[in-house]
Design a binder for this molecule. Structure first.
Ligand SMILES: [Zn+2]
Length: 137
């Protein structure tokens, strides 16, 4: 089997492409950028050529996708252990917290300095719909 070189992703932002490239290289993935020079010469060609392409070997594709997937995970390494405190499901996701409190309780919380400003995001269970903060347990 020969190693085919394929496009992993295309980025309209060359800086972002460089960051991703650096991340892949740090994980031992052989990779390079294509079309970068064309972009530098004339950024208006971005749309026409589909941005900066990150090229990788086809057999590394899945590994690369895993590395890119890791990147969107927002926090620490122990996240994979997080499960729903309500139903123990691990089918949970991290996102913006739904606003449940009414304005009065938020105001009171503000006054008492207990409103968790740093917890604008929360974990949500896809199975039972529970919202929870694993770090508060
Ligand atoms: Zn649940």
């Amino acid at each position: 089997m020969e190693d085919k070189i394929v496009t992993l992703e295309a980025y309209y932002d060359p800086m972002l492409a460089e960051i991703i490239l650096g991340r892949l290289k740090a994980n031992g993935i052989p990779c390079f950028l294509a079309d970068e020079n064309t972009l530098a010469a004339n950024p208006f060609y971005n749309q026409a050529i589909g941005g900066v392409k990150i090229k990788v070997f086809e057999h590394d594709l899945e590994k690369c996708r895993a590395i890119l997937a890791e990147e969107v995970v927002p926090q620490s390494v122990d996240e994979e252990l997080i499960s729903c405190p309500n139903c123990q499901s691990t089918n949970v996701s991290y996102g913006p917290a739904p606003i449940k409190k009414n304005w009065f309780s938020i105001l009171i919380s503000f006054l008492l300095s207990t409103y968790p400003i740093h917890l604008h995001r929360t974990w949500t269970c896809a199975d039972c719909g529970a919202n929870f903060n694993p770090h508060a347990q």
